[in-house]
Design a binder for this molecule. Structure first.
Ligand SMILES: [Zn+2]
Length: 109
């Protein structure tokens, strides 16, 4: 997709990513929290399996399940948040900046 300035038709457009950064961070935190809560259930499965190996197995199963779930949720949430933020930046917040005439504009939806 090539951007053009609606005022001077210059193709030199910078996209400021204010919302992208913020929503990616929020999405990562929210995704991690959701991932951990999902993973705690998974951790119990791990704990049941680990119980065969004794108390250490229970701890390892629970912790590794929670960590993996948190990471997976965080990555997924971050990607979703970044997509949402990019839409906001490009279409709502006028974060497209023409490098030729300094005109800031929204992309058409
Ligand atoms: Zn321009």
């Amino acid at each position: 997709m090539s951007l053009q300035c609606p005022r001077c038709n210059s193709p030199k457009i910078a996209t400021l990513r204010t919302a992208t950064k913020i929503t990616a961070a929020v999405g990562a935190v929210g995704g991690a929290a959701r991932g951990v809560s999902t993973a705690l259930a998974g951790g119990q499965v791990g704990a049941s399996l680990g119980a065969i190996a004794g108390p250490i197995g229970i701890t390892l199963g629970t912790v590794s399940g929670a960590i993996l779930g948190g990471l997976a949720g965080g990555v997924g949430g971050c990607a979703l948040g970044a997509q949402l933020g990019e839409q906001l930046d490009r279409h709502v917040l006028a974060n497209n900046l023409c490098l030729a005439c300094n005109h800031r504009f929204n992309l058409p939806a």
